[in-house]
Design a protein around this ligand. Sequence first.
Ligand code: GRF
Length: 201
Amino acid sequence: IRLAVLASGRGSNLQSILDAIAARALDAELVGVFSDKPDAPALQRVPEPLRWARKARAYPERAAFDAELADAVSAVRPDWVVCAGYMRILGDAFVQRFRGRLLNIHPSLLPRHKGLHTHARALQAGDGEHGASVHFVIPELDAGAVIAQAPLPVLAGDSAESLAARVLQVEHPLLLAVLQMAAAGRIAEQAGQATLDGQPL
Ligand code: GRF
């Protein structure tokens, strides 16, 4: 499959994808890395021709940035588009253009803790478990059908940082597992539901 990745920061999920492709553990071709931050370290993980970045704040409003991003993503003809540490909300027009093949990895056990600062919020809530979710992207933030989750225990003495580090470790294999299913044509979004081999997940 042709894979496009949206990233705003470090890009450890992107690196995990690149390593899996190189090891022939993921049957995919990375066709582009797109960012709202031209200085995002994620961009440095791929050759220059695969990079696209624009300063979002240079645009009059979100729709203008999203429209240019959508055209750039569309131009590389991706089969799947993955938000991996992409820190901007994607507007409805962008989502509709890629809906059904647009994924996000979120560092919580959705539907708990949509949005930001998920680790601190899990601690504040006294959650006994936390983790990561891969879901289809829909216009409502972090509300799309969940495809897979990786739970882990919250440990006594955990800080937001220690929790984030353990969550990141389960994110990488979780996202790869979902992408392998996608590459095999096994997952789809049907009537707002995630399906595996046609069966609701
Ligand atoms: C990850 O925790 C991801 O779940 C969240 O942002 C972080 C980005 O990680 N969306 P990276 O940029 O892939 O290292």
